[in-house]
Design a protein around this ligand. Structure first.
Ligand code: HPA
Ligand code: ZN
Length: 336
């Protein structure tokens, strides 16, 4: 039974909509890049790195995550990191991904804007050629920094905006509400970009309202705490708003104490358009397949519910209608 569940999940065509590419940097690759770039590492061994991955909240994780990103120095590093991720995605039945990256994490330590974006774009192109995986790039603004910095980032991205599908908002949530970023989100929309924002991971339901009403997002990343507000749930259901939910991340960052208490099933029961994603798989103990499998086991999700999650990942993606329809047909063919 367990094996059939795993096999069913890994074969199910799916898209990943909530993946920070810097969070896919495995400790082994961190050491490899650190060595080849002669960057001093705060850790002596892979084991020591893994041992440091015990977090009690989002900030605990972010402190280590920004440190880890320091080994990324060249386009080749970003390309290699992306390719390693796409190979894992491919093994998990992933056929499309919309990758978050944090330009400010790199420009603030002196890397030119082009390094991260060109390296990632070349990895994305290679993944499509090699594995048939399509992908899009979403540029996130760091919310612990001010809106002026976000506006400057959007400006620096100008030469690449035709190859970026959208913008996002990530980093430390509490104390940095979406309302802080209205101007830059409006400017991004005017440039034809799609919009998403992390909201309701640690922050209150009000932040989800703000992301909807003030930023006018197309997707909510996480959204767990929306469940505390009945009117908000109604609004999210009525508008068919996609939530990019990340179960293993929620467990590792203590958003839930046990996967058995994870709201994924409740979300589906309420009619919310939830998807299942990895967030930062190198840090949280599993890629998308493992997120599906562990959540399915903990919550006893049915095959129908797993198929709903997979369908939502395409209908909630930024792919055009024709491509969405093609992917949905692949799911239908698989289920038959
Ligand atoms: N939340 C907020 N910011 C992030 C995350 C997350 O889970 N991962 C990387 N940046
Ligand atoms: Zn995230």
């Amino acid at each position: 039974m367990t094996d059939t569940l795993e096999t069913f999940i890994r074969g199910l065509p799916k898209a990943e909509l909530h993946l920070h590419i810097e969070g896919s940097l495995e400790p082994e690759q961190m050491f490899e890049f650190g060595k080849r770039n002669r960057v001093d590492m705060p850790f002596q061994s892979v084991e020591e790195v893994r041992a440091a991955y015990a977090f009690s909240n989002l900030q605990d994780f972010l402190d280590i995550y920004y440190q880890g990103a320091g080994v990324l120095q060249t386009e080749q590093d970003f390309n290699d990191m992306a390719m390693a991720y796409f190979r894992r995605l491919h093994a998990d039945g992933g056929v499309h991904a919309e990758l978050f990256f944090d330009p400010q994490t790199h420009t603030d330590r002196g890397l030119p804007f082009s390094i991260a974006v060109e390296g990632l774009l070349s990895g994305m192109k290679a993944a499509e050629a090699e594995m048939g995986i399509t992908s899009g790039l979403i540029m996130c603004f760091l919310r612990h920094l001010d809106e002026e910095a976000a506006l400057a980032t959007l400006k620096a991205a100008e030469p690449w905006l035709d190859r970026v599908v959208g913008v996002g908002l990530d980093s430390s949530e509490v104390g940095h509400p979406p309302s802080k970023f209205q101007k830059v989100f409006r400017a991004a929309k005017e440039r034809g970009l799609r919009l998403c924002a992390h909201a309701g991971e640690e922050g209150p339901p009000e932040y989800v309202w703000e992301a909807l009403d003030l930023l006018k997002v197309d997707r909510i990343d996480h959204g767990n705490r929306a469940l505390e507000d009945e009117a908000l749930v109604k609004r999210l259901v009525a508008s068919e708003m996609t939530l990019t939910v990340c179960p293993l991340s929620n467990l590792k960052l203590c958003v839930v104490d046990d996967l058995k208490d994870h709201p994924m099933k409740r979300m589906l029961d309420l009619g919310l358009k939830a998807t299942c994603n990895a967030d930062d798989p190198a840090y949280f103990g599993g890629y998308i397949g493992e997120n599906f499998i562990q959540t399915a086991r903990a919550l006893d999700l049915s095959r129908e519910e797993l198929v709903t999650l997979a369908r939502n990942s395409f209908t909630g993606s930024f792919l055009d209608e024709e491509r969405v329809a093609r992917r949905l047909a692949e799911i239908d063919a698989y289920v038959d």
